[in-house]
Design a binder for this molecule. Structure first.
Ligand code: F6R
Length: 366
C-alpha cells in the first residue's frame, strides 16, 4: 500500500495536492461557491448566525485557530476557538445565534463529541461538523456538515487531514462573508481562483523536500526548538511545533513572535534552533525585529520566507524561499514545509514516524 513511500506520513504529505483537489472538487473548473456544500439548511443558518464558536482538539484545533483569523477578517463576524476538553467542563455563556463548528479528522474524538453534546445541551442548534469520516459519531450529531475528502489517514500525525480542514474552513469563511454581504463578486472570484490553484501550489512546496532535508540534519541533535509566527501563521507555528514533538520527540514550543520578550527569549542561545514562519505579509516587518532579537542572542534561525521578501541568509540565519506568496491561504503552504521538516528530523533520529510512542490515531477515551 505504501508504494514508492517509506512511511504513511510521507505518503499522506505527498497526497495533499490530490486530497485538496478532491475536497475542493465542487468549485473546480467553473464550479461556484454553494452553501449547499455544507448541507441543505446551510444558507438559512449562515444568514442567521452572528458569531462562530469552534471546538476541536490537537491539530484540528489549530485549523480552527487559523480560521478565526480568516472569519473575522473576511466575514467580519466574531469567532472564538476553544479546546474541546476545556469547553465541555467549563461553565460558559451560550449564545443561540452562534454557529458551533466542530472539527475532527476521525469524527470519533471523545472530547470533541462531548463538547458538541454539551453545546447542544446549552441550547445551541446551529451546529456544523468538518470531518473526514462521513459515518462518524460527530457527523451524526450535527445539523450541518462538510466532509473533507482527504481519504484514510493512517499516520498518527495528522497531515492531509489538516490541510483539507483548512480548505473547508476557507470555503466556510467565504460563505459566511457572502451571507453577511461582505464579499464582492471580484473578491469571491479571486479567492476561488486561489483555492483552485492550491493543489499546484502545494505540489511546489513538496518539491522543496531536498533543501528541508538538509535543514533536518541540523535539528536532530537538538533537545529543544522554538517556533515563531504572527497573525494567521501563529497557529501554523503551533502545528509545526506539535509535529516535531510528536514524531521526533524534540521538545518544541510555539509562540506568537511578539511574545518573545515576555519570557521565551530567556531560552535562546546558540543551542536553540528557532523556526520562523515568515511570509511576506503585513506582519513581516514586525517579525524581522523579532528575528533580530533572536540573532542578537546567538540563536540559529530557520526562516520560511516567500515572495520578494527582504529576508536574506547570513551567519546564523538560514532562509528557505517558499515557491510563491499566497496571501490569506499562505498557512496551507507553510504548514506543508513544516510537516516535511518534522518528518525528516524524525528520520534522522530513527523514530517510529507512523506510530509515535504513547499516541493513538483516534482518541476515543478522554
Ligand atoms: C496531531 C494529531 C492530533 C489530532 C487530535 C484530534 O498530529 O493528529 O492532535 O489532531 O487528536 O483528532 P481528530 O481530528 O480526529 O478529532
Amino acid at each position: 500500500e505504501l508504494g514508492e513511500f517509506d512511511h504513511y506520513m510521507q505518503k499522506e504529505m505527498f497526497e495533499q495536492p490530490q486530497a485538496l483537489g478532491n475536497t475542493l472538487e465542487m468549485i473546480s473548473g467553473a464550479g461556484q461557491l454553494q452553501p449547499g456544500m455544507f448541507g441543505a439548511e446551510a444558507q438559512a443558518v449562515f444568514e442567521q448566525v452572528d458569531s462562530v464558536l469552534i471546538l476541536a482538539c490537537g491539530t484540528s484545533s489549530y485549523a480552527g485557530m487559523t480560521a478565526k483569523y480568516w472569519i473575522e477578517q473576511v466575514a467580519g463576524i466574531p469567532c472564538n476557538v476553544e479546546i474541546a476538553s476545556e469547553y465541555r467542563y467549563r461553565q460558559s455563556v451560550a449564545n443561540p445565534k452562534q454557529l458551533v463548528v466542530v472539527i475532527s479528522q476521525s469524527g470519533e474524538t471523545a472530547d470533541t463529541l462531548a463538547a458538541l453534546q454539551h453545546a447542544k445541551s446549552l441550547g445551541h442548534t446551529h451546529t456544523l461538523a468538518i470531518c473526514n469520516v462521513p459515518e462518524s459519531a460527530i457527523v451524526r450529531e450535527t445539523a450541518l456538515r462538510f466532509i473533507t475528502r482527504a481519504g484514510p489517514e493512517i499516520g498518527v500525525a495528522s497531515t492531509k487531514a489538516f490541510t483539507t480542514q483548512l480548505s473547508a474552513l476557507f470555503l466556510l469563511t467565504l460563505l459566511l462573508a457572502k451571507a453577511n454581504q461582505r464579499l464582492s463578486e471580484s473578491d469571491e472570484k479571486a479567492y476561488l481562483d486561489e483555492l483552485r490553484h492550491l493543489p499546484v501550489a502545494v505540489e511546489k512546496v513538496l518539491a522543496l523536500e531536498p533543501s528541508i532535508k538538509d535543514w533536518a540534519q541540523q535539528f536532530a541533535n537538538k533537545h529543544h526548538a522554538l517556533f515563531l509566527g504572527r497573525g494567521r501563521h501563529f497557529p501554523i507555528a503551533l502545528e509545526g511545533a506539535l509535529k516535531l514533538k510528536e514524531i521526533s520527540y524534540i521538545h518544541a514550543e510555539a509562540y506568537p513572535a511578539g511574545e518573545l520578550k515576555h519570557g521565551p527569549l530567556a531560552l535562546v542561545d546558540a543551542e536553540m534552533p528557532v523556526v520562523v514562519v515568515a511570509p511576506n505579509d503585513e506582519m513581516l516587518e514586525k517579525l524581522k525585529a523579532n528575528m533580530q532579537e533572536v540573532s542578537a542572542r546567538g540563536g540559529q534561525l530557520y526562516v520560511f520566507a516567500d515572495g520578494d521578501s527582504a529576508v536574506k541568509s547570513s551567519e546564523g540565519v538560514n532562509v528557505l524561499m517558499m515557491p510563491e506568496h499566497y496571501g490569506l491561504l499562505s498557512p496551507v503552504l507553510h504548514v506543508v514545509a513544516l510537516q516535511l521538516l518534522s518528518y525528516h528530523v524524525a528520520l534522522v533520529k530513527g523514530t517510529d514516524v507512523d506510530k509515535p510512542r504513547n499516541l493513538a490515531k483516534s482518541v476515543t477515551v478522554e
